[in-house]
Design a protein. Sequence first.
Length: 291
Amino acid sequence: MSLYIAEGDPMEPIQSSDLMLRIEKMGVTYPGNVLALRPTTVDFHKGEFTVLLGLSGAGKSTLLRSLNHLVRPSTGKVISAELGALETRSTVRRHRCKTAMVFQHHQLIERHTALQNVLTGRLAYHSTWRSLFPLPRQEQALALHCLDRVGMAEKALTRVDQLSGGQQQRVGIARALAQQPAMILADEPVASLDPATSERVLTLLRDICREDGITAIISLHQLEYAQRFADRIIGLANAQIVFDAAPSQLQQRHLNEIYHGTRGAVTDAAETTEPNPQTTTPSPIKLEIAQ
């Protein structure tokens, strides 16, 4: 596992040429003393396409959302290589400005056009007062360029509620690109899409991140997609990391760790549905190494 115990003052930016972000002894406990993520230390590197793999409730979304403080850590720190520890509102805001989100349910304004939704990715670069008025022409040109990159330029003036789920997710990716991020966090971006559309969306996201050198951290249920698209897989189970390595290193025993003790039966490594909460004994998971 790629763990690192920091030395010195964690408030200072990290002196490393390829390090993007570090979580240091970070844990999350929700109200009611619900343990969502056990304290852990992990480094995330520039340009890396990382998949957080595990079943629902394993801690994937909690870990992902804590990286930009949508979920605030109960213990430990999130440390940006550029900004240092995210411990002040101004530092968190600056970090979020360069950290884009892609959501499972898109989080688009359905009554607005695709172009208007993509332009919301530029709001962090303008004052509240300025954002009340139409953004400059160059911002609209940037938004159109982002839509073109995801193959949605011809739908720029179409209301989002008239688009398919896959098209809406591509608009969500375009909005993230309009933010000109150094890092993209995608929380179950294909969980509600059919397999063919899921593959197209993940291919698009991976290719754009590689072209632009964007660090991507994606949470997924589907082992098949993790093996195919990830540079690195972080497997989670029972609120802790149980695997952290390249997809080629993933073995049956690691799958047993990732899924051991979770509620629900999983019989297909690429299954996209939620586990059945009525089933308490997991079925064996057979590993198929992607060629």
